[in-house]
Design a protein around this ligand. Structure first.
Ligand code: PLP
Ligand code: COI
Length: 363
């Protein structure tokens, strides 16, 4: 598909170099936004011409159906400064695919991947000065789609808006790469079979906030979800997938919960299943109960646990708490397998290791 040129309206009052550099010195996560955004409207059954315009408020009818019935999906991927000064994005094509799977589940229209990628290219091109240069830092790209029909009947909207914004990102967790403490959620469930668990839709996150608040209340950083039916199989963490490291017959095994339709098929997760092999580990997808988790840590068979996702890359899990018990993992310290995988992934993203799989999209 050939995508028509976007309409480009540069901002007339972008941040000065000095103001931007001040923000980039300590970007945190999701706090600051670049000077521009992309919008693409969908109406009469077709995507309209893309527009690059100054970052700013959207105008929406109070009756817009996204506000009432929640047709709202999003994605997250990152752009990194490469050693030659160019910019590379990590697997945005995989995000485009997942965006369209989320769209299908929410009865929303697909966006041609070429259009999705062009939106990303155009935004990074115009806001290139916003891409941080340090290792571990990136420009976080946040595409979303909402239903804009001004209509209160319950049916899929006929009109939609695709929006892409970008935000410079440092460490996702304020404490940096330090092990997090997780709370196993027994009172709340994230997703049930047949529901929207594998879609990246806004409602999944709204429904998770109370459990996350409970986790904080219990002195934990993040919530871990169990399956909705048995309430015993580990699914994923708040906004990240989980990996478990085992020592088995002198081999290192890196395992992650299998995709059941109720957890998000993470792009980092899938990348690590491949990268783990390259580092000489056995990688596998499996089921794991809370009891297995406790027993395998107690016996020393399981040596490390970590979470992974676009925003937080790889974050060690140092302690697990639930109603009635708690246990530490690797003495609450960063483990060698976790850190090796983190380094290998960041090296590909920052262009300091060869990209043998064509994961980096250069603009
Ligand atoms: N699980 C959930 C619920 C998420 O929100 C995310 C973040 O995108 C992930 C897992 C990790 O997915 P990815 O590696 O594609 O960022
Ligand atoms: C991501 O890792 O991109 C996420 O979407 C996690 C969270 C910020 C929602």
């Amino acid at each position: 598909m050939t995508v028509p040129d976007f309409l480009i309206q540069p901002s007339t009052n972008p941040l000065s170099d000095a103001e931007r550099e001040k923000l980039l010195a300590s970007p945190g996560f999701g706090r600051y936004f670049t000077d521009h955004m992309v919008t693409i409207a969908y109406k009469d059954g077709a995507w309209q011409r893309g527009e690059v315009k100054p970052y700013g408020p959207l105008s929406l009818a109070p009756s817009a159906s996204t506000l009432h019935y929640g047709q709202s999906i999003f994605e997250g991927f990152k752009a990194f400064t490469q050693p030659d000064g160019s910019i590379g994005m990590f697997r945005p094509d995989a995000n485009a695919e997942r965006f369209n799977r989320s769209a299908a589940r929410l009865a929303m229209p697909a966006i041609p991947p070429e259009l999705f990628l062009k939106a990303a290219d155009e935004l990074v091109r115009i806001d290139q000065a916003w891409v941080p240069k340090n290792v571990g830092e990136s420009l976080y790209m946040r595409p979303l789609m909402i239903a804009t029909d001004p209509f209160l009947g319950v049916r899929p909207s006929l009109e939609y808006l695709f929006v892409l914004i970008a935000s410079p990102a440092g460490a996702y967790f304020p404490q940096g790469v330090k092990p997090v403490t997780v709370w196993i959620s027994e009172d709340y469930v994230r997703a049930a079979p047949g529901g929207t668990g594998e879609a990246k839709c806004a409602g999944n996150y709204a429904a998770s906030l109370l459990a996350q608040a409970q986790a904080l209340d219990k002195g934990c950083d993040q919530v871990v979800w169990l399956d909705a039916v048995h309430r015993e199989y580990i699914e994923e963490m708040g906004g990240m997938n989980l990996f478990f490291v085992y020592k088995e017959d002198g081999q290192t095994v890196v395992a992650t919960p299998e995709l059941t339709g109720t957890l998000l098929p993470g792009i980092t997760r899938q990348s690590l299943l491949e990268l783990g092999k390259q580092l000489g580990f056995i990688t596998r997808e499996q089921k794991l109960t809370v009891r297995n988790w406790r027993d395998d840590i107690a016996s020393g068979r399981m040596t490390e646990v970590f979470a992974c996702g676009t925003a937080a890359v790889i974050t060690p899990v140092g302690k697990v708490k639930a109603h009635g018990f708690e246990f530490a993992i690797n003495n609450g310290e960063n483990g060698p397998v976790t850190m090796a995988l983190r380094e290998a992934l960041l090296a590909i993203q920052h262009g300091t290791a060869p990209d043998t799989r064509g994961w980096m999209h250069k603009i």
